[in-house]
Write a protein of this length. Sequence first.
Length: 232
Amino acid sequence: MSLPNSSPPAVTMRRPEILLSVVTVVLLAFYYVGRADTIGVFSQGRGWIAMTAPPLGAPAHYVFSFVLLGAIPLVVAWRLTGARASGLGLGLGDWRRGLLLLAIGVPLAALAGWLASREPAMRAVYPLSEDLARDSFPAYAGLQLLYIGAWEVLFRGVLLFGLRGIWGEHPSNALQTSLSVVAHFGRAAYETFSALPAGFVFGWLGLRLGSIWYVAVIHWVVGVSMDWFILH
């Protein structure tokens, strides 16, 4: 598939090591402190030992994730680049082709959500906030949109658009994909392995369209449709 590149001019990231250091701390905090579940180990003789902080309930988990994954990296990236929002992929980009992508991608995303909902390991993890999802699925879906939006701001926005000016599109896409896969550690293998091709494709589409928001919607539909199918 060939798409013209509608990306805005690449920004110049000063001191990229500062950004990557902040992202490292953010991902550590997200993994060990900001979870909605608990990651641990089980060994003979010692039994089960939790390795992460007590899980956060809703909406604390989603608000904490929004601040960690979205707000903090975005503020740092703005300080280091001086870029406008569109320079980090946060504008509308090529909205006509973006809407076409949504028309094609949303049904496929719902299908992907249905397939994922059939996996026992995925059903053991999701929905992350089952009580809220059962009581008010629209509220749960709204919080998921906040969470997925922050995720896309970090990986496909700050890292991909922010670093492509100094490292190029392909290396930056590989970096953000690698880190997004690492951020899935502790989830089901099905999800973690799927994050590898999805990361590359989402990054490529974001660059072609000049915006992260269209792939963010598709990513969100995969997640909320999977949760819906698990519950129903």
